[in-house]
Design a protein around this ligand. Structure first.
Ligand SMILES: Cc1cc2nc3c(=O)[nH]c(=O)nc-3n(C[C@H](O)[C@H](O)[C@H](O)COP(=O)(O)O)c2cc1C
Length: 285
């Protein structure tokens, strides 16, 4: 610079640096996914490329090694170098971190803010409804949880293989009452369930509302009802024996032997949904 000459070695360095920076620019412009390794090279021979004569000619400046550099090239290379250094800084400080953050979000299954705990939870609901009341309760539960962003897959037990249930964060089992116990097919289903010990489950039953004694007009006492209504205890016994973990239980009543569901049954389903949601939130959020 002081002598007004541009020596060959610094010129080569600047050319090779520019080559690397252009490779980085290609990466930043999404032309390639491979971040280029830092390498200073002059590149291979390019067919038809201009080659410089070995000696000084008119208009050439000679470097200390005697190699010629075209006039004005030194100044232009200086400007170009300043430009590429600025580009390099922008790429290193802004574009590379932004690309890495985008790649991390993609490998995690999407931007982090869209992955709420509710979207990660999956509930499987199996019922043994005969007259349709339990099926309505199941659909209501599914609707309430869907409004909270949770997914529930509802199936009748006849459509499921208890030994090969799909993976879920929580299993809900529902049975109608029959002579004080869960319905026979529900009992057999639960006895055959194969799930890892520690798996969480919840129980929701449909049972007949207690009726007054036709002679005395009196409702059965709580003790008499508990003795008769062994639906939930039998279901728990079968599932706890497998090492499963109970998270919630509830009952919705029917006013006749085959229905309909009691007034305000949706409130009971919502209360059961609250229990389930609370447990799942505490565990997953
Ligand atoms: C033969 C028979 C026996 C029943 N025994 C009981 C019982 O012991 N306890 C009870 O709470 N409900 C009993 N129920 C009422 C059922 O709970 C009711 O039919 C069921 O909840 C309806 O559900 P579903 O429509 O999903 O089948 C009985 C119903 C029938 C038809």
């Amino acid at each position: 610079m002081i002598t007004g000459q541009y020596p060959r070695q610094p010129s080569d360095f600047v050319v090779s640096l520019n080559r690397w920076v252009l490779r980085v620019a290609a990466y930043a412009a999404l032309m390639t996914d491979q971040y280029p390794p830092f390498r200073l090279d002059q590149g291979g021979h390019e067919p038809g490329a201009l080659t410089m004569p070995p000696s000084s000619g008119p208009g050439m400046q000679a470097g200390p090694a005697g190699d010629p550099v075209p006039p004005g090239l030194a100044g232009r290379q200086g400007l170009l170098t300043a430009g590429v250094v600025a580009l390099l800084l922008a790429v290193t400080l802004i574009i590379v971190p932004a690309r890495r953050a985008a790649a991390r979000a993609t490998s995690a299954g999407g931007p982090a803010r869209t992955r709420t705990w509710e979207s990660r939870v999956n509930i499987a609901y199996y019922h043994a409804s005969k007259y349709g009341n339990g099926a309505m309760v199941a659909e209501e539960f599914k609707k309430v949880l869907a409004a909270r962003g949770l997914t529930v897959a509802v199936s009748h037990i006849r459509d499921a293989n208890p030994k090969d249930l799909p993976a879920a964060d929580l299993y809900v089992f529902s049975s109608p009452g029959r002579f004080g116990k869960p319905k026979g097919n529900a009992r057999r289903f639960l006895a055959n369930v194969c799930l890892e010990p520690g798996t969480r489950y919840a129980i929701l039953t449909t049972q007949a509302a207690p009726k007054p004694d036709p002679k005395t007009g009196k409702l059965p006492s709580q003790e008499e009802q508990d003795r008769w209504e062994q639906v939930i205890p039998v279901m728990n016994e079968l599932l706890l024996a497998k090492g499963l973990r109970k998270t919630a239980e509830g009952t919705v009543l029917v006013t006749g032997l085959k229905g309909p569901l009691e007034d305000g049954w949706r409130t009971k389903v919502a209360a059961f949904a609250d229990q389930v949601t609370g447990v799942l939130r505490a565990r997953t959020a």
